[in-house]
Design a protein. Structure first.
Length: 260
């Protein structure tokens, strides 16, 4: 069994068993415990699982992340509408955090050319803004996740703690009916949580399709953020009603953008 096949088997087993010990995995795959520990460390660095005492648990919804190139095309008008509104919150001279993900990348496009500092864990944001000399760029570093082109993990969290962030724009895979925000990966959630704690104001940016959905790992509750910017462009009318109900029940401001 190749390294890739072994990693796939470990993730497949964890998907059904939720938690496995090093010994059980070693017996199942007919390799040494030393090999399994190396496999688990590698898979944790990639954000697929979380090491526990003597074993591991699945860190995310498997196969839930589409490549960012595909997500850029999904609900594109809504994401552009969100970005247009979100960029209006930013003032010259501010230190802004831009999360990874297609909606935050749209916000980055709107901020290109501004006189601001940008901290980001997104390779796509770094590439986009690197040609704009008025923007001072800082990268968090950390473990790189190729499918979403972002940096996460302990090194990323430690880096974020070094900055005083005026305003953070954070993506979300889910916004529950009670206003709780969630991501598809627990390690990704740790990065988002660290950003929110380090920021004077936190703005969640996500299209209306995420409202009413619960993803794998909670990273913020209603009292943790100040604004949700969303849009229902191209979505069914009932989604608008769902967002109106959310806005009436949460302490943070809900801004629904209607125009691209």
């Amino acid at each position: 069994m190749s390294l890739l096949e072994r990693h796939e088997e470990i993730l497949r087993v964890l998907e059904f068993r939720e938690r496995m010990s090093v010994g059980d995995l070693a017996d199942r795959l007919a390799v040494s415990e030393v090999t399994i520990r190396k496999d688990l460390s590698s898979l944790e660095d990639q954000g697929h699982l979380v090491r526990t005492h003597g074993g591991a648990v699945l860190a995310q919804e498997r196969l839930a992340h589409e490549p960012i190139e595909a997500r850029l095309e999904t609900h594109a008008p809504a994401k552009q509408a969100i970005a247009s509104v979100a960029a209006q919150f930013v003032k010259a001279g501010e230190t802004v955090f831009l999360d990874s993900g297609s909606t935050c990348l749209a916000v980055a496009r709107e901020l290109a050319g501004r006189d601001i500092r940008v901290v980001t864990n997104s390779l796509e944001v770094l590439n986009l803004l690197s040609t704009h000399p008025s923007i001072v760029l800082h990268a968090t570093g950390g473990s790189f996740r190729s499918e979403v082109k972002s940096f996460i993990g302990p090194a990323s969290v430690a880096s974020i703690a070094r900055f005083n962030i005026d305003r953070a724009f954070v993506g979300s895979s889910g916004v529950s009916a009670s206003g709780v925000f969630s991501a598809q990966n627990t390690i990704e959630s740790e990065t988002k949580r660290a950003v929110i704690e380090q920021s004077a104001r936190s703005v969640i940016v996500c299209d209306g399709s995420k409202v009413g959905h619960k993803a794998f790992s909670i990273f913020a509750r209603p009292d943790d953020v100040q604004v949700l910017v969303t849009s229902v462009l191209g979505m069914p009318d009932e989604k608008r009603s769902e967002i109106e109900e959310l806005a009436a029940s949460v302490p943070y401001e809900v801004v629904v953008s209607e125009e691209v």
